[in-house]
Design a protein around this ligand. Structure first.
Ligand SMILES: *Cc1c(COP(=O)(O)O)cnc(C)c1O
Length: 340
């Protein structure tokens, strides 16, 4: 088991000196309006006390939002915390986690921390459910829409994987506000599903570190036992509740803007001769030659993107977060200069 988590590039330092950071898929319009209200609302008294150990108020707000029972909700310090806890809850050292290749890079680190090996399934596999089935892994991780490709799995593919899985299937819906099909209906028919979501992307609250999971009360209980108490601070809990109760239309409007700008950006990139992969998320993945050189060239023009090298079936690529159109224009100009 390795002692440290190897963090992907951007976590080392946040785009030093770049005026436009398109490297981490957060909400580039900023946090939702309720945050300002909460920060000004005189929480000070309650902040001397511990929050509830498993964020009961936030669970109730999420349950209402997702239309499930509160016993079907777990919270965490970001959805990373829940993904990590789920691997501890359902994995045993020496076991395996099946996942697409490529997929969310943090999962590799979490698997290694839990002593789990990865059974990769190529994302260009012609029969993805069959490939997952043949791995017979105790844990399956699906990310849909997937990071870094942006591709969403169909409802049929997801259900087929769940129906034939040898254990728990974790479905990461970090980007579900931007496309793909939500798997929440599967919770009514299958016991072996854990859906994870986050306040870090569409909800614009990455700095507060709040994520959640939906699953049967038995699955949720096991995840919480592995997670431990007091992972969401009182301030973060309060901010997340307010965002859920008063900012969902703000979130939906920004997500709609992302969809429009994503289409426009894809068109501009195609004109530049570097069409992105089709995306259902708030980012696009653009195959390029020598991604490191492209990333560095764009950084020197004050635009941060995330480089990937040698992705399975894709090769080198840069991932670009979709945000307000003026930022997209700056990005297109920088990229066209670098590619010249
Ligand atoms: C950003 C992201 C998350 C969210 O992580 P948090 O810990 O909730 O900030 C989860 N999964 C994927 C695939 C992501 O890209």
């Amino acid at each position: 088991m390795s002692g440290t988590v190897s963090l992907p590039g951007r976590y080392d330092e946040v785009a030093p000196g770049c005026s436009i950071d398109l490297s981490d898929n957060t909400n580039l319009w900023g946090p939702p309006p309720s945050v300002v209200r909460v920060m000004a609302s005189g929480l000070t008294g309650s902040l001397a006390r511990y929050p509830s150990a498993y964020s009961n108020d936030l669970k109730r707000a999420i349950a209402k939002y997702a239309e499930v029972e509160a016993t079907m909700v777990a919270t965490g310090c970001g959805s990373d915390d829940i993904l990590d806890s789920a691997l501890r809850a359902f994995g045993e050292p020496g076991g395996t986690v099946a996942m697409l290749d490529p997929t969310f890079s943090m999962m590799r680190s979490f698997a290694s921390l839990s002593g789990l090996a990865i059974a990769p399934v190529r994302s260009d596999e012609p029969d993805i459910p069959l490939a997952f089935r043949s791995k017979a892994a105790r844990i399956t991780y699906l990310c849909s829409p997937n990071n870094p490709t942006g591709a969403a799995l169909s409802a049929q593919v997801i259900e087929s994987i769940v129906a034939h899985a040898s254990g728990i299937v974790v479905i990461d819906e970090a980007y579900i506000d931007f496309g793909g099909v939500a798997s929440i209906a599967l919770l009514e028919r299958y016991e072996n599903v854990l859906i994870t979501r986050t306040f870090s992307k569409a909800f614009g609250l990455a700095g507060f570190r709040v994520g959640y999971a939906l699953g049967s009360s038995d699955v949720i209980h096991r995840v919480e036992a592995a997670r431990g108490p007091y992972k969401v601070s009182a301030l973060s809990e309060r901010v997340a509740i307010d965002a859920l109760t008063s900012d969902t239309s703000w979130v939906a409007e920004r997500a709609a803007e992302v969809l429009g700008n994503r289409k426009r950006l894809a068109l501009e990139l195609s004109i530049l001769g570097c069409p992105p992969l089709e995306s259902s998320a708030n980012f696009v993945l653009v195959p390029v030659r020598d991604a490191i050189r492209v990333e560095e060239g764009m950084r020197s023009r004050s635009v941060a993107v995330r480089a990937f090298t040698g992705l399975t079936g894709i090769g080198d690529a840069v991932r670009i977060t979709v945000g307000p159109w003026d930022a997209m224009e700056r990005c297109i100009t920088a990229l066209s200069e670098v590619l010249q």
